[in-house]
Write a protein that binds this ligand. Structure first.
Ligand SMILES: NC(=O)C1=CN([C@@H]2O[C@H](COP(=O)(O)OP(=O)(O)OC[C@H]3O[C@@H](n4cnc5c(N)ncnc54)[C@H](OP(=O)(O)O)[C@@H]3O)[C@@H](O)[C@H]2O)C=CC1
Ligand SMILES: CC(=O)C(=O)O
Ligand SMILES: [Mg+2]
Length: 536
């Protein structure tokens, strides 16, 4: 790290300690006179930061404040975030990041991350030399076409890459210098954005077909060349591209798609835990998915090996999973199918969503539609008619797009629902009973997977890694959490979750022959020593 002095030192977010510079450091680094008298510690700085944060009157103002703190003093930002995850994660990540993406061009202060656009074609590898860090291990890339449930936000989608990298650091212990958020700006089909004077992305329609794919190819190749130890996380791509790119690279490149694979793992973990609460056997469960996009399809495709590993035949496993789309239950008599959904079509009469619930009587209902209110009162009440404890997982983000709220799920089931949602809901009291809804978000998975891949230097990222991540996550839910109906561990333990997932990923990587150099015997200690702890 380059040794800085004076104003340059105070302006460098990675090295700045601000008022925590000691008298000796102030002397040594030419800081005398540039700081007020008192030397404070990080805890006191945190108090000031939290006070300033809490004085802001809206979440988007809090987001702006936190972002500028990150730009001022990286260690103070991450220490505060880690110590106050319940309060800060919803401001840095969903739901606030959704609003921040919508307003990205209007609240823009300073460049963060890396922007690539079609004019960079043929030069991506060389312009990556402009990135000022050399040991990049995590690349989170989006093209902004499906940001949360908000649709095409073009280059404004950079907010999601930035938010995910903040979680890699805070929840997964990856060093900030090792993370690179990327916006692959291929244009936007969002006319309103294109006409917005302040919009900062390429104001033309999206690249498609060969022009699109060849740019992504060049980007992936350039990352391989420039940062050979990095993994690439594809985030918030439109569904067809998401699957096409994953299929294209997953056997050659250390990469995964978070919306497909990370979401599948967190949902599977929730399903495992729910059967501890309902005392139903995992292999008896019937799962119904509303939506047939990246998240829902990924879940079904990971449920299959999970069911089969638990003893079901492929046919029986498949019969336990049903999809509902805009037309109703996906049935085999249909003429047109999405290819990945066809295997899950049921030999069943064509019925609408409500009739499908009534007829199939699923144990678990999962929403991945991006549509607010897609779980109606009638749908939830039906689930509660034949399930003592209906499992309702409303994955869609941000909160304004959730299939149902926590309060609705509990009220409409007289408090019997086992509920989780993509974005957080506050605790909720119904009569005497206090409910603490859990957050079913891939944030429980990708930081640990990333840490494990960094630790093992696994060449590829496989489905077995997501299966084990789900198992580890489920096993970490405590009896007292089960007691209040939570199917995920408390967020305050997310770093331990990531650590445990990473250790398991190292083991799988070794078993699958994806590791070149032998790993230390004591993986638990080894992985822990890799985890970044922000302190001065
Ligand atoms: N909690 C978490 O960790 C995660 C949450 N998500 C959230 O899940 C949501 C979906 O993401 P993703 O799968 O990637 O998005 P996609 O766009 O790939 O899929 C959305 C799906 O929902 C379907 N759909 C839309 N409206 C309805 C409706 N009224 N009835 C039935 N189906 C409907 C769409 O149908 P059609 O194909 O016909 O348009 C499409 O199949 C988003 O809100 C996202 O934020 C995603 C990843 C992780
Ligand atoms: C959580 C997430 O990845 C999404 O909503 O897209
Ligand atoms: Mg996503």
């Amino acid at each position: 790290m380059k040794l800085l002095r004076g104003k340059s030192l105070l302006d460098d977010p990675a090295q700045n300690k601000s008022t925590a510079f000691s008298r000796e450091e102030r002397n040594q680094f030419g800081l005398r006179g540039l700081l007020p008298y008192k030397v404070t510690d990080i805890k006191t700085q945190q108090e000031r930061a939290l006070g300033n944060l809490r004085r802001k009157s809206s979440d988007i103002e809090k987001y702006i404040f936190l972002n500028s703190l990150l730009e001022r003093n990286q260690r103070l930002f991450y220490r505060t975030m880690i110590d106050h995850l319940d309060e800060i994660m919803p401001l840095v990540y969903t739901p606030t990041v959704g609003e921040a993406c919508k307003q990205f061009a209007h609240i823009y202060r300073k460049p963060q991350g890396f922007y690539i656009n079609p004019e960079d074609r043929g030069e991506i590898a060389s312009i990556l030399d402009n990135w000022y860090e050399t040991d990049v291990r995590i690349v989170v890339v989006t093209d902004g076409e499906r940001i949360l449930g908000l649709g095409d936000l073009g280059a404004n989608g950079m907010g999601i890459s930035i938010g995910k990298t903040a979680l890699y650091v805070a929840c997964g212990g990856i060093h900030p210098t090792q993370c690179l958020p990327v916006m692959l700006d291929v244009g936007t089909n969002n006319q309103t954005l294109r006409e917005d004077l302040l919009y900062l992305g390429c104001p033309h329609p999206r690249l498609t077909e060969h022009a699109y794919l060849s740019l992504v190819d060049e980007f992936v190749q350039a990352i391989q060349t420039k940062f050979p130890n990095a993994l690439i996380q594809f985030e918030d791509f439109q569904s067809q591209n998401a699957f096409d790119l994953l299929d294209r690279y997953r056997k050659q490149v250390r990469c995964f798609n978070d919306d497909i694979q990370g979401t599948a793992a967190v949902t599977l973990a929730g399903i495992y835990t729910s059967s501890r609460i309902t005392r139903k056997s995992f292999t008896d469960l019937k799962i119904m998915l509303l939506g047939t996009g990246s998240a829902a399809t990924g879940i079904a495709e990971l449920m299959m090996p999970a069911f089969c590993a638990a003893g079901l035949s492929e046919d029986v496993a498949r019969s336990r999973i049903s999809f509902v789309d805009r037309q109703g239950l996906v049935v085999s008599s249909r003429e047109h199918f999405k290819p990945r959904i066809r295997p899950f079509a049921h030999d069943h009469a064509s019925v609408n969503f409500l009739e499908a619930i009534e007829s199939i009587q699923p144990d678990v209902l999962i929403g991945a539609t991006g549509v607010a209110g897609a779980f109606s009162e009638t749908a939830i009440r039906k689930m509660a008619q034949f399930n003592e404890r209906p499992v309702i997982i409303a994955l869609s983000n941000p909160t304004s797009h959730t299939e149902c709220t926590a309060e609705e799920a509990y009220r409409w089931t007289d408090g019997r629902a086992i509920f989780a949602s993509g974005s957080p809901f506050p605790s909720f009291r119904l009569g005497e009973k206090l409910f603490k809804p859990a957050q079913g978000n891939n944030a429980y998975i990708f930081p640990g997977v990333g840490l494990g891949v960094i630790a093992s230097r696994a060449r590829l990222i496989t489905d077995s890694m997501f299966l084990i991540a789900a198992r580890v996550l489920a096993n970490m839910v405590l009896p007292e959490e089960i007691e209040v109906g939570a199917i995920y561990p408390s967020l305050s333990r997310i770093r331990s979750v990531s650590h445990a997932i990473a250790v398991a990923i190292c083991q799988v990587a070794q078993q699958e022959g994806l590791v070149d150099d032998a790993l230390p015997q004591d993986l638990t200690t080894y992985v822990r020593t890799l985890m970044y702890e922000p302190n001065y």
